[in-house]
Design a binder for this molecule. Structure first.
Ligand code: GTP
Ligand code: MG
Length: 220
């Protein structure tokens, strides 16, 4: 990334961001007319919080202490007209929800992740305190099979000690390397402390390339 890219990216993330719509099922998806980046992960891992941190707007995507807050696919347009779209997803692996709800969410999440043409990359969020769980592995395998690229993103890094963080990073990265669709760059974040947010922004910009970035055509 050049300095121009970095400043164009910063402008984009601090410019207009608008809620587009909620899709409780696939027939309510918006037209696939902008590239999309989806935030997936277990319930309560911090998807909505990280989306808010990325665009620097508190309360844009609704967050909660109670798992199961986000129940639909929520689409947010970044840029006006939209340059790309962020998709906040319901969490998977929420054991306390009624079984039919769990099943409905699982279908919604899986069908979206593996069948959405406009989806450029998924961010697969993993709580630093918990590391990878079998539900995460299932989703990773599904993304591998669908050839949908994803970044593993560690969340809530502020909640662990530095030594523990290093250990989890090592363990998760080692396992992620065995997954063909996992991007080699794993990103460690804390929405609370603003850690890893610039890196995540850069990863989003790279994923939605080519971008009409300022200065791109001025170099000749
Ligand atoms: P669902 O929509 O229910 O699947 O949850 P989610 O993955 O969207 O999680 P959400 O962003 O709602 O955050 C869950 C809880 O974790 C909230 O109480 C957040 O304040 C908290 N949280 C999120 N990110 C961080 C973080 O980086 N550090 C700390 N300490 N807490 C965080
Ligand atoms: Mg949420």
């Amino acid at each position: 990334m050049t300095a121009d890219d970095v400043s164009a990216g910063r402008k984009l993330f601090s410019g207009p961001v608008n809620f587009l719509r909620s899709a409780p099922s696939l027939e309510f998806l918006p037209d696939p007319d902008a590239p999309e980046i989806a935030f997936a992960g277990r319930s309560n891992v911090g998807k909505s919080s990280l989306l808010n941190a990325l665009v620097n707007r508190n309360g844009l995507a609704r967050t909660s202490n109670t798992p199961g807050r986000t129940q639909e696919l929520n689409f947010f347009d970044v840029g006006d007209p939209p340059v790309f779209r962020l998709v906040d997803m319901p969490g998977y692996g929420f054991a306390k929800a009624p079984p039919d709800v769990v099943r409905r969410w699982r279908y919604l999440i899986n069908d979206f992740l593996r069948g959405r043409q406009a989806l450029k990359r998924a961010m697969l969020l993993v709580d630093t305190r918990h590391g990878l769980k079998d539900v995460d592995r299932d989703v990773m395998k599904m993304l591998d099979e669908a050839a949908v690229g994803y970044h593993v993103v560690l969340t809530k890094a502020d909640k662990v000690k530095a030594s523990e963080l290093a250990e989890v990073q090592d363990k998760v990265a080692t396992e992620a390397r065995k997954h063909p669709a996992a991007h080699p760059l794993m990103i460690t974040t804390s929405s609370e402390k603003g850690m890893g947010i610039e890196e995540l922004r850069a990863a989003v910009l790279t994923a939605i390339n080519p971008l009409p970035l300022a200065g791109e055509d001025d170099s000749a």
